[in-house]
Design a protein around this ligand. Structure first.
Ligand code: OAD
Length: 250
């Protein structure tokens, strides 16, 4: 028996609909990737907020890189799940589709998603900690395991840092600009995020202010649940599969 809420959204979706989706760690949970604030989110008993900062890196770059190296190794054994696959198919099906992800794991990319905005960067990119003049701003590095911790900049011999946005850092201006442009949409989905980390958490509110119908798909209620037009609770991979089937009645 299809969920009534999902049926309501399915009826709104048209081939010409402008759809914007914000995802968080919950969409990768079914792939076996631990969420940040879930039971497996700790590494050596440390919370991500104590590792994912420029201060933590400046103090102890080896430990911070050990954490990223471990996460890269874990991720290299994981595959995109049904949630990633449905969203990737929507990115090809709807010309007005944008996916803004807070995830740095690369699974949306591996599912073949078009029009993807990496709000918090990528764990598969690196940049020179000194921002040396000879290095590009950021570049791809999927070496597993990394040769040295911390890895070194091939241009200046200084340290490399992961290409992710840390707590306290600003989101890239170009990324903000593209994400804000995508808020002018018909339906805005927030999927698998605890909606606690700003500015990502504010995107849904702004999309609604601009006239979008806002939907949350999450395992449990979040601080955003009361602010959206519709909140449906359950595993993202199942809800998206069901919603996709409802929009493809054949
Ligand atoms: P969180 O770990 O904070 O939240 C994950 C959310 O997914 C929770 O609300 C879970 O209930 C939900 N969830 C778990 N399994 C699910 C499933 N199968 N289907 C649907 N929902 C599920 O992760 P994020 O919200 O992504 O930022 O965290 C936001 C940001 O905080 C991250 O990008 C990272 C982080 O610490 C930075 O590193 C800057």
């Amino acid at each position: 028996m299809p969920n009534d809420g999902l049926r309501t959204v399915a009826e709104m979706i048209r081939p010409e609909s402008r759809i914007t989706v914000l995802t968080g760690a919950g969409v990768s949970a079914a792939s076996g990737v631990p969420t940040f604030r879930g039971p497996d989110g700790l590494w050596r008993n440390r919370r991500p907020e104590t590792l994912a900062t420029a201060e933590a890196f400046a103090r102890d770059p080896k430990t911070v890189w050990e954490w990223y190296n471990w996460r890269r190794q874990v991720l290299s054994t994981k595959q995109p799940n049904r949630a990633h696959q449905v969203l990737a198919s929507w990115s090809r099906r709807f010309s007005g589709f944008t996916l803004v992800t807070q995830n740095v794991d690369g699974l949306h990319e591996r599912a073949g998603t078009l029009n993807l905005i990496r709000f918090h960067g990528s764990i598969w990119e690196v940049l020179c900690w000194n921002r040396c003049a000879n290095s590009p701003v950021r570049w791809w590095n999927d070496q597993i395991p990394l040769e040295a911790l911390p890895p070194l900049c091939p241009h200046c011999g200084g340290m490399l840092r992961p290409g992710v946005v840390w707590f306290g850092e600003s989101i890239d201006a170009g990324v903000i600009e593209k994400s804000v442009a995508a808020l002018d949409c018909d339906i805005f989905f927030t999927i698998g995020t605890s909606a606690l980390v700003y500015p990502a958490a504010a995107l849904s509110i702004e999309a609604k202010r601009r006239g979008a119908y806002t939907v949350e798909l999450n395992l449990e209620a979040t601080p955003s649940s009361h602010a959206v037009d519709l909140a449906v609770h359950g595993p993202a991979e199942e809800l998206l599969d069901e919603l996709n089937a409802l929009t493809n009645p054949s």
